[in-house]
Design a protein around this ligand. Structure first.
Ligand SMILES: O=C([O-])CC(=O)C(=O)O
Ligand SMILES: [Mg+2]
Length: 388
């Protein structure tokens, strides 16, 4: 097998929603296709990648640093010597050559996007759905999971969607088969946020839980003030109360807030996660970690994060990646994670899972088509084919 060409572009995922720190009016996403000379069913195999919402497209980094390294590398540096098929772990090493440690920001997104396309290609070449390939390589359980717990993330602030709109949105998620939901906080005064929370709680049936997400907005005092106000709601979790790299504030909050805290979607490397473990005071039996491979150098770095945290007493069941996309569903099944996020309405067509695997009782089944499964989501597949 040879990589014949790597193409990349950008796609808009703009919308009028906001969280506590950004609006999505100019949000974009990078998309990558890795073309190969391996012909299956009369067509050369192509692997597709994109990254999760919240970080902008990384065209410059891909074009000037990340892709040229891979394009210029001799094939044997990119291929598994036993199978002759592209090895995403080797590719990631090549993509990161001559990069200094630290500063894990947009570069991690560019590499994570390419990594997704490499896994899609490798799984297609092996004729396996990605969750089975990842399980063969990294699995910690006897079998990959056949379905994964997902929750509906939404409840953004929207200029034309006050409480009634929020109610309609959440009811829509329950009708789609979700049990648990997440809404934003921190973008309105506390009293208003509590009204939003109570409105949603009134709708949730027995057994359904609500999580809230402050997107890193608060300093220590405000994080504690919200924590005190949230305690009696018995939420599923209180997410990103403070800046992702402010480990001390996490520790102070974890000391006082008895409910579950969640963080990690903006930690992009093993060293950042090690610092969270050492200094963040989070509780391995209670809290939730949301690192997301497409934003953080891809699956190899994610496996390293799991190793780092397992050595520190965390179990894979406490991991629930941010991102609401198909690669994270595969990852959750392969690594035995607690679950993964889902965006039933926002960030289409990148959010969501295969059209053939609807949510049932809060879970999604794993599709068995080779690769990540973008072909099972025609709106996404068509967009990728047209732009790449
Ligand atoms: O609003 C965002 O940037 C996305 C987010 O935090 C989440 O999905 O948890
Ligand atoms: Mg979040």
């Amino acid at each position: 097998m040879r990589i014949t060409k790597i193409t990349h572009s950008e796609a808009p995922i703009a919308s009028r929603i906001s969280n506590a720190v950004i609006d999505f009016s100019r949000m974009t996403v990078s998309i990558v296709a890795v073309h190969s000379d391996l012909v299956v069913d009369g067509e050369p195999l192509v692997g597709y990648g994109f990254h999760s919402n919240g970080r902008y497209a990384q065209s410059g980094l891909l074009a000037t640093r990340i892709l040229p390294r891979v394009e210029e590398a001799p094939p044997e540096r990119l291929l598994d010597p036993e199978t002759g098929v592209v090895d995403p772990v080797r590719v990631q090493r090549v993509a990161m050559e001559n990069e200094k440690p630290g500063g894990h920001g947009d570069r991690a997104v560019a590499v994570g996007t390419l990594d997704m396309a490499m896994w899609d290609l490798a799984a297609k070449a092996a004729g396996l759905p990605l969750h089975r390939l990842l399980h063969e390589r990294f699995g910690r359980t006897a079998e990959p999971a056949s379905s994964v717990w997902v929750y509906a993330a939404g409840g953004y602030y929207h200029p034309e969607k006050p409480l009634q709109g929020l109610r309609d949105e959440i009811r829509g998620y329950l009708d789609l088969g979700y049990r648990d939901v997440k809404i934003k906080i921190g973008g309105a005064p506390l009293e208003e946020d509590l009204q939003r929370i109570e409105t949603v709680l009134e709708l949730l049936p027995e057994g359904s839980r609500l999580a809230v997400d402050a997107n890193g907005r608060f300093g220590v005092e405000e994080a504690l003030r919200y924590g005190r106000a949230l305690t009696d709601y018995h939420l599923l979790w209180y997410e990103e109360p403070c800046d992702p790299l402010d480990y001390r504030t996490h520790a102070v909050l974890a000391d006082e807030y008895e409910g579950t805290l969640a963080t990690g979607e903006n930690l992009f490397s093993v060293p950042d996660v090690r610092n969270l473990r050492r200094h963040g005071g989070l509780r391995p039996h209670r809290d939730v970690l949301q690192m997301d491979p497409s934003l953080s150098y891809g699956v190899p770095e994610y496996a390293g994060m799991l190793d780092e945290l397992e050595a520190g007493g965390w179990s894979a069941e406490r991991f629930c990646p941010h991102g609401g996309n198909q690669i994270n569903l595969a990852l959750a099944a392969a690594f035995g994670l607690g679950g993964c996020e889902s965006y039933p309405q926002v960030f289409e067509p990148f959010g969501g899972f295969a059209d053939s695997t609807p949510v049932q009782d809060g879970r999604v089944r794993l599709p068995e088509a080779p690769g990540i499964g973008v072909e099972l989501k025609p709106a996404l597949h068509n967009l990728l084919r047209e732009r790449l």
